[in-house]
Design a protein around this ligand. Structure first.
Ligand code: ADP
Length: 419
């Protein structure tokens, strides 16, 4: 016999937020009984049951007050009256003003970047601003250059997505046809040169796409960034701001970064400081690794609506596998005229072997062999077995065979398929 779930009715006053976290295996079901409420900018429908699972970190906010019913027992749960939501709403209002002006003059809408250290709510603020924008009928582009978590595709990638609908409460934004580039590492510092090339390419293509339709153009872009904000990490932020031609940067929770950007940005770029929400939860290293793993599992198996990936063998001779960047050598050991940096963008042919086991491989879109580095990817497969005798790889793939392209790029990221 299962124990009956605890049922609680929670009344939220104006401008307050119910925050809860689920660490155990217990599920929590939430229902809006009356009033209005939203999760990171997505409105809750009255009378609909929303289910949250292990790992969920949730904030249900209300501008007008509401009554919620909660079934199940989260590990942490409290009501917060102090939130930065009014400031975030004002930020949205300012962006909306810029979009209206852009629409009238047929110019480009606001391209803005959200920056700050790890775990200050950058991704959450992006989601909120995108949701508010689509709820106003806009079609903004969401760009994510945070290779550590990968909210658009697998970790180790950067990408862009046209947002046409608000995120769903349980699954986030619909990820149809994103533009994705494979970086293959979880930190830009693993190959600074390659990261910069990919950010430039993503910016170039995203800016082109922005020009293709009037509505998209006036809606602008929201860019999420890495939490690495010192030394090379800071230089990557400056480079991204320039490449994407941003008009504003919102700095979450770090005055030092705010002042550095004020000093280094040209005058036409507005640098705005925003506080972080007290609800944002810090994730230790272990949890970050788990959430990366969950992201990859979600890519192959889906989240709430299940996906059924395929498993098949491919012959070694039928694919060409490359990686970008050869092991670093001191300049003195490099061929005449080459520097270590060139080595980091070198295309290296990989001979299939057991070393590929559990690695993610990016399937490249058709492109020229000369410019593999700047070619976007169609999707990812994971190597689940290597047979030396038969010279085959068994792969997990979202699509049945054949692969849409036989040119594959090795990622350092690994995934153990436990299904
Ligand atoms: P960052 O992108 O800066 O690393 P995130 O936006 O991913 O940070 O936020 C970190 C975690 O905190 C996420 O799991 C998110 O769901 C949670 N979170 C964000 N805002 C709140 C809030 N107001 N209350 C509770 N949890 C929150």
């Amino acid at each position: 016999m299962t124990t009956p779930q605890k049922v609680e009715e929670i009344t939220l006053g104006v401008d307050s937020e119910l925050r809860f976290e689920i660490e155990s295996k217990e599920n929590v079901i939430l229902e809006l009984k009356s009033g209005f409420a939203e999760l990171y900018g997505t409105e809750l429908a009255k009378g609909k049951q929303y289910e949250f699972h292990q790992g969920a970190k949730v904030a249900i906010f209300t501008f007008h007050g509401c009554v919620l019913q909660m079934k199940g027992k989260p590990d942490v749960s409290y009501v917060a009256k102090e939130t930065p939501m009014v400031q975030y709403l004002n930020t949205h209002t300012a962006l909306e003003q810029l979009r209206t002006n852009a629409e009238e003059k047929s110019t480009r809408g606001p391209i803005v970047m959200i920056v700050g250290p790890q775990d200050v709510g950058k991704s959450t603020l992006c989601r909120l601003l995108l949701n508010y924008a689509v709820r106003m009928g806009r079609r903004p582009i969401y760009v994510d250059i945070d290779v550590g978590q990968g909210s658009i595709s697998c970790p180790g990638t950067i990408g862009a997505l046209l947002v046409e609908r608000p995120a769903t409460i349980e699954e986030g934004f619909s990820q149809q046809a994103p533009l994705v580039y494979n970086f293959g590492h979880v930190s830009p510092g693993d190959n600074n040169k390659l990261y910069q090339i990919l950010v430039s390419k993503l910016a170039e293509v995203s800016l082109e796409r922005l020009e293709t339709n009037k509505k998209g153009k006036s809606s602008g872009m929201i860019i999420n960034t890495c939490g690495w904000v010192k030394s090379d990490g800071y230089r990557h932020l400056l480079h991204a701001a320039e490449a994407f031609e941003v008009c504003a940067i919102f700095v979450l929770d770090q005055e030092r970064l705010y002042n550095e950007l004020l000093r280094d940005m040209p005058r036409f770029v507005q640098v705005v400081y925003l506080p972080k929400s007290g609800g944002v939860v810090e994730r230790p290293k272990q949890l970050r690794m788990e959430s990366r793993d969950n992201r990859i599992r979600e890519y192959f198996y889906g989240l709430r609506s299940p996906l059924y990936p395929h498993s098949f063998d491919i012959k070694w001779c039928d694919v060409q596998i490359y990686k970008i960047g050869a092991p670093a050598l001191p300049d003195s050991c490099m061929p005449l005229g080459m520097k270590t940096e060139d080595n980091m963008t070198k295309l290296v042919t990989i001979q299939p072997s057991v070393a590929l086991l559990h690695h993610i491989l990016a399937v490249l879109a058709e492109g020229s062999l000369d410019d593999i580095i700047r070619t976007n990817v169609l999707g990812f497969i994971c190597v689940t077995n290597v047979d030396n005798e038969r010279q085959t790889l068994t792969v997990l793939s979202p699509q049945p065979r054949p692969l849409p392209n036989t040119i594959l790029l090795l990622s350092e990221i690994q995934f153990m398929d436990s299904h």
